[in-house]
Write a protein that binds this ligand. Structure first.
Ligand code: ADP
Ligand code: MG
Ligand code: MG
Length: 883
């Protein structure tokens, strides 16, 4: 089999489309090389080999060796060097790279091939001993960390000691002789720790590094990242072996990272950072503060360190040209890595750049305007879930700002929380329901769980491309990075800012939009949904077939839903209206009444209240459909529970506590989810449904008069399993409708339908459709009843199921297409067979989940309904599902 694909010298065996085989990094290195861009030659060992390796007990196929040798030979031909040959030294990097980019998750080894002998030939060949030994010490540290499992901190300790001894601040100030001594100390330490010398054979080094990359696919960091991003383990990683180019070869060399557009705002300007005389990850690691690439960015940042544009104008010009070529070639914003070796530019990586939701919108809209992509592509490029980020609050500009530090605006949004200094503390506080800001000198992949738990992230070191910044943007969390004036003291759990000491637990606010760090809590504003957001939404609305409604019952929610573009209400839960103010009292009177007339008297008190609720709702939703579900929960939910409450309520109602207790006990159910609820209430007490129907119809008449645009009420009977249940309730509703229309002398267009939330209803859908004018799939209950699991009790064991690989996703979050979905599909088909044109919608939690929305499009539902905040997400997801 072919396990190895070469690239270099303007050619490549692979292409960008070979991502699954070569991993993202390898495929793009091949593509860049094929485009004739300056890429150091190298080769990629495929992801298939990774799979083979794990399937065969961690050994390699016999034909791999020869393929690697041949590919090394090829690099040698292109560079005029030979791997392991001190006379013309070829050094390589060994880099991992899966299909999906996993920043910082897998480890890279640079300068591989150096040993005590070759380091001297590198010194002789380059005429620069400092450079040679700087490269060697980096190699020893990386190789030990990644391959031999020796923590890099032991080396950093040695380095810090030596710097202190020499009275130096920066690594770049260390001279050749001192590096030589430091390398000796490093090797001595390796021997001490591992009881064997640092490996000197380049081939042993190479195979050690290749093995480490494949093994790192299964390290805990990588596993966590995959779990959080739904990346299957079966994909595997590729290994890239590539000739080294050196950014640490003196002051005409440099290394940097850049985005072709600003990843935070989306502005169409090259945006990046670099370091002179540095290698690899120095920029990202925040070891020194990086410099700006463009002069404009330098001026905007008020930095006194020269830009690349000024410092190395030729390399800069080449880089700008290549950046633009790559963006046009890939038709997307690119994230680039480059190195300049003695004035010559080399490209080391390109990939689609991670960006904030705000930047994603701006880039998509502007690229469509530039003609680079179509509007459909622009819509397809926005991750619906990421829109959540835009719904983040920002700090009220009118608020007083007690600014205690300023860092970089690394990821937008503002957040307030208690200070914590470790990721474990962040997770613990989160579990206890507290909101925290994770404060670190810098973050590393070990902090992923803490970053997830925190409201926002604050670091005192690192740039816009630091780990904290990149990961926070990916998570959609506010982040301020590189707030250099902060002194973070882990030992004492304090943060010193402008002479003030902040302790663990103190409140701070960070503003990821401005980079400000503020003391205490600060008032926030809701975001403006105009501009690029509105443009994408508008395009999406033109593409989608399904309409999007909201689940809402309060006027505030309904207004919010309208402002987010909801086209009606898909679920108005009327029971919520019975809990407020004096209503609960009337409700309890009704429940306690012994006779129908007693119940009717109490219901008469509820009628005007319920009607005025609907009038307000119908005014907000003027001209749009509104689905109202009749009372659903069992009656005991409205009764007091504790003894004290019972005494209090009894007094208020003027009945004895004994009577109240008796009634409560009589209504008690062992399994309320399957109890006396839904249409079963309406069958037992039709007067409740009649009151609700009357309130709805009278409100429709009144609101219609006021607005001139009547709503179309859709009355939904819950929990129907038997056609006759619906028949029975529908007859009452229709009678009330006739009565109200006669009284008011107005025609009301309305529908009566049912929620499909029991398997029997789905199975009997063709019969139920004889009475039902619409079906609304109540997928929360349908999931509970299909699986036979209670949503309120399932969380712990569902998590166990997920961990043990029995289920992929929580079926209450993402619709179980195979089971519950099959019932939905069947009911939709059966419903249509009986009543062509029957209105079909979904109103469960799934109505706002992009994957579930895709399924709804597939089975041809007419609308999805979700919580107001998810309406924009659903509009976008519905558009993406339609193309
Ligand atoms: P990551 O996926 O963490 O970015 P990379 O494999 O891209 O890891 O490499 C880490 C760093 O090393 C990057 O800054 C990259 O540009 C640099 N690097 C990788 N290979 C080479 C090489 N052959 N020559 C010089 N620098 C390299
Ligand atoms: Mg890395
Ligand atoms: Mg990289």
């Amino acid at each position: 089999a072919k396990w190895v694909f070469g690239f270099g010298g303007g050619k490549a065996e692979g292409r960008a489309t070979d991502r699954n085989l070569l991993g993202g990094k390898g495929a793009n290195l091949a593509e860049m090389s094929g485009l004739g861009l300056p890429v150091p030659p190298g080769f990629t060992i495929t992801t298939e080999l990774c799979t083979w390796y794990y399937a065969n007990g961690h050994v390699y196929p016999v034909d791999l060796d020869a393929q690697v040798d041949a590919a090394l030979e090829k690099i040698g031909q292109l560079t005029g060097k030979r791997f392991g040959d001190p006379a013309s030294l070829l050094l390589v990097s060994v880099r991992s790279g899966g299909r999906a980019s996993m920043p910082g998750m897998m480890d890279t080894v640079l300068n591989l091939g150096l040993n005590d002998e070759t380091v001297e030939s590198l010194a002789a060949e380059s005429g620069d001993r400092r450079f040679a030994y700087d490269s060697y010490r980096r190699f020893i540290q990386m190789y030990c960390d990644v391959v031999l499992g020796l923590d890099h901190e032991v080396f950093e300790e040695i380095l810090e000691d030596q710097k202190a001894r020499l009275g130096l601040d920066l690594d770049t100030e260390i001279g050749a002789d001192d590096w030589v001594r430091i390398v000796e100390l490093y090797k001595a330490r390796v021997f001490e720790e591992l009881e064997r010398p640092f490996p000197q054979d380049p081939r042993e080094q190479l195979w050690g590094a290749i093995g480490a990359v494949f093994r790192s696919w299964m390290n805990p960091r990588a596993i966590t990242y995959r779990r959080l991003h739904d990346i299957p383990e079966s994909w595997g990683t590729a290994v890239n072996v590539q000739a080294m180019v050196f950014g640490n070869r003196g002051d005409t060399s440099a290394t940097g990272v850049a985005f072709t557009r600003n990843p935070s705002t989306g502005e169409n300007r090259l945006y990046g950072e670099f370091l002179v005389n540095a290698q690899g990850e120095d920029v990202v690691a925040g070891i020194r503060t990086p410099q700006n690439i463009t002069e404009a960015a330098r001026i905007a940042a008020g930095s006194d360190k020269p830009s690349l544009e000024k410092l190395m104008p030729e390399a800069y010009r080449d880089f700008v040209a290549i950046a633009s070529t790559l963006e046009r070639h890939y038709r997307d914003m690119q994230d680039l890595e480059f190195t300049i070796e003695r004035g010559k530019l080399w490209m080391l990586q390109t990939r689609s750049g991670k960006r904030t939701a705000k930047a994603a919108l701006r880039i998509a809209v502007e690229m469509a305007a530039e003609g680079l992509i179509t509007r459909e592509e622009a819509v397809a490029r926005i991750d619906p879930a990421s829109l959540d980020q835009l719904l983040h609050p920002t700090i009220d500009p009118a608020a007083d700002r007690d600014v205690i530090a300023i860092g970089l605006p690394a990821s937008p949004g503002a957040a307030t929380g208690e200070i914590v200094f470790s990721s474990d503390d962040a997770e613990e506080a989160r579990a206890a329901g507290r909101k925290v800001i994770l404060v670190r000198v810098e973050t590393s992949p070990e902090d992923i769980h803490g970053m997830h738990a925190a409201e926002g992230i604050l670091t005192s070191r690192g740039g816009m491309t630091s780990h904290a910044a990149v990961v926070a943007r990916g998570m959609g969390k506010p982040c301020v990075s590189g707030a250099g004036a902060l002194r973070v003291d882990y030992r004492n759990q304090t943060m010193l800012a402008m002479g003030r000491t902040f302790r663990k637990g103190d409140l701070v606010t960070i503003d990821g939009g401005s980079g400000q760090v503020l003391a205490g809590r600060v008032p926030m504003l809701q975001p403006e949904l105009s501009g690029d957001f509105a443009a994408i939404m508008h395009w999406a609305d033109g593409i989608r077939r399904m309409t999007v409604r909201a689940n809402a019952e309060t006027p505030a929610d309904a207004r919010m839903a309208r402002s987010f573009g909801a086209e009606g209400i898909g679920l108005c839960r009327t029971e919520h209206m019975f809990f407020e103010g004096g209503r609960i009292t009337a409700m309890r009177e009704m429940i306690l009444a012994d006779t129908e007339s007693g119940r009717r008297a109490a219901l008469d008190k509820l009628l005007p209240m319920q009607r005025s609720d609907f009038v307000e709702l119908f005014e907000i939703m003027a001209g749009l459909p509104v689905t109202i579900r009749l009372l659903d929960p069992p009656l005991h939910e409205f009764l007091p529970k504790t003894e004290d409450e019972i005494a209090e309520v009894a007094a208020a109602l003027g009945v004895s506590p004994e009577k109240l207790l008796q009634r409560t006990e009589a209504l008690h159910e062992f399994n309320p989810m399957l109890g006396h609820r839904g249409c079963r209430l309406a069958v037992s007490y039709p007067e409740i449904a009649e009151m609700q129907a009357r309130a709805i119809f009278e409100a429709a008449v009144e609101a219609g008069k006021r607005t001139g645009r009547p709503v179309e009420p859709e009355i939904m009977v819950p929990l129907v399993g038997i056609m006759k249940e619906l028949d029975f309730v529908k007859a009452r509703i229709d009678a009330v409708a006739r009565a109200v229309m006669a009284e008011a002398g107005v025609e009301i267009a309305y529908l009566v339908g049912t929620m499909i939330e029991l398997p029997r209803a789905a199975i009997r859908a063709h019969v139920i459709a004889q009475a039902a004018e619409f079906f609304s799939f109540g997928t929360n209950d349908l999931t509970q009843t299909t699986f036979g699991i209670s949503r309120d009790d399932a969380a712990p064991f569902l998590e166990t199921y997920r961990q043990k690989g029995i289920i992929d996703a929580d079926p209450f979050v993402t619709l179980d297409v195979d089971g519950v979905g099959e019932l939905v599909r069947m009911a939709a088909e059966k419903g249509r067979a009986t009543r062509p044109g029957i209105k079909l919608g979904i109103c469960g939690e799934h109505g706002g989940d992009p994957a579930s929305i895709r399924f709804c499009e597939e089975v041809g539902l007419d609308y999805v309904s979700c919580s107001p905040f998810r309406v924009p997400i659903a509009r976008l997801a519905a558009a993406q599902a339609a193309v």
